[in-house]
Structure formats: C-alpha cells, structure tokens
Design a protein around this ligand. Sequence first.
Ligand SMILES: [Zn+2]
Length: 291
Amino acid sequence: MEWLERIARLQRDTAAGDRDPAHALLLLHALGRLHKYGAQPIRFREVEMPLGRLLTEYGPPRPARPGAAFYRLAGGLWDVTAADGSAAPGPDEEALRASDAVGRLAPAFAKELLTDPPLLGQVVRALLDLNFEPSLHAELCAATGVRTDFAHPAAGPGPDQMMAGRQVLVAYACRCAFCGYEGWLGTTVVGVESARLRWRAFDGTDDLTNCLCLCVLHHRLLDRGVVGLTPGGMILVSRHFVGATPTARDQVLALAGRLAIAPQRGFPAPDGRNLDWHARQVFRGPTRPAL
Ligand SMILES: [Zn+2]
C-alpha cells in the first residue's frame, strides 16, 4: 500500500466527526527528528513531554494520552519495543517509562522518506490537511521541527471558496464579529477573513452557516480554542488563556460574555451544529466569567 494511503487510513472516525490528531502529531514530531538527525529510535521517556504538550495545545479539549499515541500508532508506519527488544508493555505511560520503550518509523518508511524528499513533503502536507485548519499549519511545523515550507498549500483557494469567503465578509460588513475591527488598504480589506467553526478536514463548509468574519487575531484564537461562540451569539473566552497587558485585556479577556456582531439582515447566522462541534472539539473550556 502507498504510504499516503496508510496515512489517510489512520484518520479519525468521520461519522462522529471527532478530532483525534494524536498519531499525526507523533508522526510530525518523528518526521521533524528524521529530517534533523536521520533514522534514529525515539525513547518514550524523551518524547512523552513534548508529545503531551503538542496533544494539549493542538488536540481536542481532552486529557492528553501520549502513551496511547506512542503505543498504538500502527499502519506499518511505526514500530514500538521495550529497550531490550521485547514486546512493549502497552499504552500505560508508567509501564512505557519503566521498560524504557523505544519507537521508530518503520525502516522501509524512513528509508523512502530519506531518499525521496518530495514524499516527505507530501506526508507532512497530508498529516496537516487531514487534521488541522490551515491557519495552524505553519506553527505546527515550527512546533514539531518539520520544514515550515511544507506548510505552504499545494494550491490556493478555489473560485468557489473565494466566492464564499467574500460573501462572509459582505455579510458582516467586513468587520470582525468579535472586536469590530475593520481595515482597508486602498480598495482591499486587510486583516479580516472568513474563519470556519467546523474545520474543513471534518467536513466544515465555507458558507455562512459555518463561518464567521474575524480579524486575523480572533481567527487564530478561534482555531486555538481560546475563544468560541454560543448559539445565542455570546462570546466565550477560555479560562486557560492568560494575558496581562491592557491590550490582551481589551482584545481578549473583555470579550467574555459580550454579544458577537451578527450578520446583516438577510444573511444566515452560524448553524448551532457547527457551533457545537467547535465547542466540543476545539474550545478549551471551562469558560471565563465576564470581567
Ligand atoms: Zn477581532
């Protein structure tokens, strides 16, 4: 089977639409190391903390289980053993530490990645596209140590996507639905864009039932789960967010409990199912009380 097919088969349960990027994050971390150091084994003791951090920061709002990702990544892409070469003990973190478990990219996979650089780029792209919104791709490359040029999309948005994006901007009069920012350079809007609630990789659409018009700051914070929206239009801010400056207070903390700007009359508001998906899969609860 082709490697890219194997990557695609690792993917989440599409019926439920639940995010499960643990294997993708471990593979990206392993690819970053492969690129830097060649085909070296990776000890669980060394990868547990960075993988746990990646899972917490970029995974859904559930407790991170780095042991499960390390032990269960399969598909012929990854091998795990105890340090002495015997079978690994299972996904329990303590047992993996105790046996000094070691994982490695499957030798045939690592060999092809090292001798075929375009394949490495395709694998990174597939892992990013199948699991994360495009706004997060560059920072994920930096966080996992893979080359950031792999984050550049193979193709820009298609005409349908551009048209849908323009409609979102028109519906909100080119203002950020959270902070009201609006900006122009000549006849071009700057710093405001269409932001999906349900991610594209999880069948999220580009129309107004799934998109908000947001400034680049609030788009990024939406995709990182710092801000969210209730079906009643109230802005949510995660209690995990910390920002001590007056700007952080004005731009983020003060939004908690405020009503977002609604689309102009005649345009649909976001669909409750998409708001619910974002709340369950991305937003980092609990919610912060209003200032
Ligand atoms: Zn904004």
